[in-house]
Design a protein around this ligand. Structure first.
Ligand code: UD1
Length: 430
């Protein structure tokens, strides 16, 4: 079992390059199988969820060729099977995109129900409603989504909530339905726009992605393309909060600053300096951090995937902060772990009331999910003494070389596999 061991207290300093967006990659990789020709995707993050998805695509006959760790060519024209299941695919969330893509292209899909982090009940009713409105018959049986259609026909779909997954799924299916589909109340996250741009580069006709109404004119075929994925705003934001927590000075490069506005605004309210460049942001935390209030919302609001990171830093900021989680009902499970490190946080329903303490002290903690795991690492980087973060399997689902990138900024962090290695690190570092 792998874990991180961290000796905290070193301000992070230097430059860090952000990789491609995981959540955009999951949609784009799957959408690639809808083309009749090979598709090349660049700036792919080398993370577990991406690897699992590519293996699942290979298992149904797609040809996947890595050119390097971050570039892959996918040929979906060789797909012969529309049935995707297996132990690993059941654990990831992005598997639901296989339904939208296979249904769109082959008019049938049988895919294991999605897994992903245990952060709430995570229904997929809006995906299924949309598939049905496009003419599919959808059933759930034996833990699988079974969607099939004689013909897919355009429709006017109103999403009850702006779901990222449902918006991407329905853009894919509607791209190969007959006629013009209208999706109202879609999600507007940057990766929605990225997936739409990618589909358009293969010959799809999607307008309005990133706005309140998306219009998709169906086409008969999609063709080859070469496409580079946008930078990961959540990876970038995580490093920005790590810089703040350690009183550091970090230039976060290869980002789109516009996508980081909600994160930057909160860091400024907390007393950091955030300087924007064309494709970089610099975070300097030279003054004491102070409290603020934040509520997670769909884009362009403050992202739920950045909630554990801000809570972790507010817990060592002066004053009382309030963090309200409005997207997922079970996203404060890491708070008990932070308490072991000295935080004073009370959770009531979907709200965390945080009384800032002077500092964290190192402890042994366990990651309950992907982003919370990253937040516990941030706490460890800021803490006095040594912190061990167990269950980092979650973190590796979404962060590439997390410990190496942090070490490049001066952090004392290693990935270890045994208690012996923990002892060695402790002896060496103290
Ligand atoms: C995606 C991201 C996840 C991020 C989340 C919100 C991936 C693989 N995961 O998750 O990292 O935290 O967006 O930005 O991209 N909902 C319904 N019915 C549905 C679908 C969603 O009620 O059919 C609700 C959810 O319970 C939640 C909200 O809508 O309250 C947003 O969910 P959604 O945007 O769909 O999140 P995911 O696609 O699961």
């Amino acid at each position: 079992m792998k874990r991180y061991i961290i000796k905290g207290g070193t301000p992070l300093q230097g430059e860090i390059a952000i990789g491609g967006a995981k959540n955009a990659a999951l949609g784009i990789l799957v959408a690639a199988v809808m083309a009749d020709e090979p598709v090349t995707i660049e700036n792919l993050p080398d993370v577990r969820d991406v690897q699992v998805l590519l293996e699942a695509m290979e298992s149904i006959g797609a040809i996947v060729e890595y050119k390097d760790n971050h570039t892959v060519t996918i040929n979906g024209s060789t797909i012969q099977d529309y049935h995707v299941d297996g132990e690993t695919i059941r654990k990831i969330r992005g598997s639901y995109y296989l339904v939208g893509a296979l249904l769109g292209k082959y008019k049938k899909a049988v895919v294991a129900l999605p897994g992903g982090c245990q952060i709430g009940s995570r229904p997929i009713d809006q995906h299924l409603k949309g598939f049905e409105q496009l003419g599919a018959t959808v059933t759930i049986h034996n833990g699988k989504i079974d969607a099939r259609a004689e013909r897919l026909v355009a429709s006017h779909i109103y999403l009850d909530c702006p779901s990222v997954g449902a918006t991407i799924n329905l853009m894919m299916t509607a791209s190969m339905a007959e006629g013009k589909t209208i999706i109202e109340n879609p999600a507007k996250e940057p990766h929605i726009v990225d997936v739409a741009n990618f589909l358009n580069s293969m010959g799809a006709n999607i307008k309005g992605a990133g706005t309140d109404v998306i219009r998709v004119q169906g086409v008969e075929k999609l063709h080859k393309t070469e496409y580079s994925i946008i930078p990961d705003q959540i990876e970038a934001g995580t490093f920005m909060f790590a810089a703040a927590a350690t009183k550091g000075d970090v230039m976060v490069k290869n980002v789109i600053p516009k996508h980081l506005e909600a994160t930057s605004a909160k860091l400024i309210e907390m007393g950091c300096e955030v300087e924007e460049f064309d494709d970089a942001v610099r975070v300097v935390a030279s003054k004491p951090l102070r409290s603020t209030q934040v509520m997670t919302l769909a884009y362009p609001g403050y992202p739920t995937d950045m909630q554990p990171q801000i809570t972790t830093v507010l817990a060592i900021s002066e004053g009382t902060s309030i963090v309200t989680e409005s997207i997922f009902e079970n996203r404060f499970r890491y708070v008990d772990e932070l308490s072991r490190m000295g935080a004073s946080i009370k959770v009531e329903g979907n709200t965390a009331i945080i009384n800032g303490v002077e500092k964290y002290t190192g402890a042994r903690v366990a990651a309950p999910d992907l982003r919370a795991g990253a937040a516990l690492v941030i706490a460890g980087l800021a803490a006095e003494g040594i912190t061990v973060v167990d269950d980092i399997y979650y973190v590796e689902r979404g962060y590439e070389d997390f410990e190496k990138k942090l070490a490049g900024l001066g952090a004392h962090i290693e990935k270890v596999s045994s208690e012996k290695e923990i002892k060695k690190f402790t002896l060496r570092i103290s």
